[in-house]
Design a protein around this ligand. Structure first.
Ligand SMILES: Nc1ncnc2c1ncn2[C@@H]1O[C@H](COP(=O)(O)OP(=O)(O)OP(=O)(O)O)[C@@H](O)[C@H]1O
Length: 123
């Protein structure tokens, strides 16, 4: 996929007052949201070469972040899973989107937890 949108280095903290509209198969847990990397328009097929890389753009990434609900896994790419989901905004309350997530999220978390336990044990 072409350009990155949600930078994994940015701190995307779900807003505590964000409304939750969970539908079937949707989740809004901090763990799920942390591994979102990019948000795309959802397409049934990639009939055009760049179709799947059509990115949801907004001037403030956090604004987008707070309005995403992660749904079922619809595919897997080189770097991570792709989930279907919804993006809610004032113009189009329920826009179906494709959400690219980081494959190594759980491995990274496991490494962090393991090294934290190790450091604590050696104090
Ligand atoms: N915008 C989208 N709409 C619908 N399905 C998508 C979309 N983007 C990806 N998918 C699904 O996810 C799968 C993996 O897509 P992805 O683009 O991540 O794979 P990739 O070509 O290996 O890309 P990359 O090398 O960036 O990981 C696709 O085969 C498709 O089934």
């Amino acid at each position: 996929m072409a350009a990155a949108y949600l930078d994994s280095n940015l701190k995307h903290t779900p807003h505590s007052s964000a409304k939750t509209h969970l539908g079937p198969g949707m989740e809004r847990s901090s763990g799920a949201m942390e591994r979102v990397l990019k948000v795309f328009h959802y397409f049934e097929s990639n009939s055009e070469p760049d179709t799947w890389a059509s990115i949801i753009r907004h001037r403030d990434a956090t604004y987008v972040w707070e309005r995403i609900e992660l749904g079922r896994c619809i595919g897997e790419g080189q770097f991570g899973e792709v989930h279907q989901g919804v993006y809610m905004n004032s113009e189009n309350p329920v826009l179906v989107v494709a959400i690219k997530t980081c494959k190594n999220y759980f491995k990274q978390r496991q490494r962090e937890i393991t090294s934290r336990s190790f450091n604590n044990a050696s104090v």
